[in-house]
Design a binder for this molecule. Structure first.
Ligand code: ZN
Length: 127
């Protein structure tokens, strides 16, 4: 079997994003399917541009974020700042780069590195 060099990178990206889906309670068949689609798309992308491997985790996260926005709404929601309106975190740097980090879009707080989100704290989840 011919195993591309990008596989470890994609496996790591998949593991990071899956962790964050699970830790935020967003892992379900739909979101995992969106993750698999994103990984497949980025596998092709890194085959075309191997130097882009350092960017791939952040891009996979953004792909999943975009997919979930259409199906289940904003993900991941911020629980790190004092803003009351639900708002999402975004991946910084937003055009992809090494060491992607989840950043609050309201306060600018760097909440956690990609793959290290923890369960939201604060008020109990209703319903
Ligand atoms: Zn926030």
């Amino acid at each position: 079997m011919d195993i591309p060099d990008t596989d470890p990178v994609l496996a790591a990206a998949r593991a990071q994003v899956l962790h964050d889906l699970e830790s935020t309670g967003a892992a379900d068949p739909g979101s995992v399917s969106a993750l698999e689609d994103a990984v497949a798309t980025r596998r092709w992308w890194t085959d075309q541009w191997p130097e882009g491997a350092a960017y791939v985790a952040g891009l996979v996260a953004q792909d999943v974020q975009d997919a979930l926005l259409e199906t289940r709404g904003r993900w991941p929601l911020c629980s790190a700042c004092d803003a009351l309106d639900p708002h999402s975190l975004y991946v910084h740097p937003d055009l992809g780069g090494p060491d992607p980090t989840w950043v609050c879009e309201v306060s600018g707080i760097a909440v956690a590195p990609l793959g290290e989100l923890v369960a939201p704290r604060g008020p109990e989840v209703k319903g």
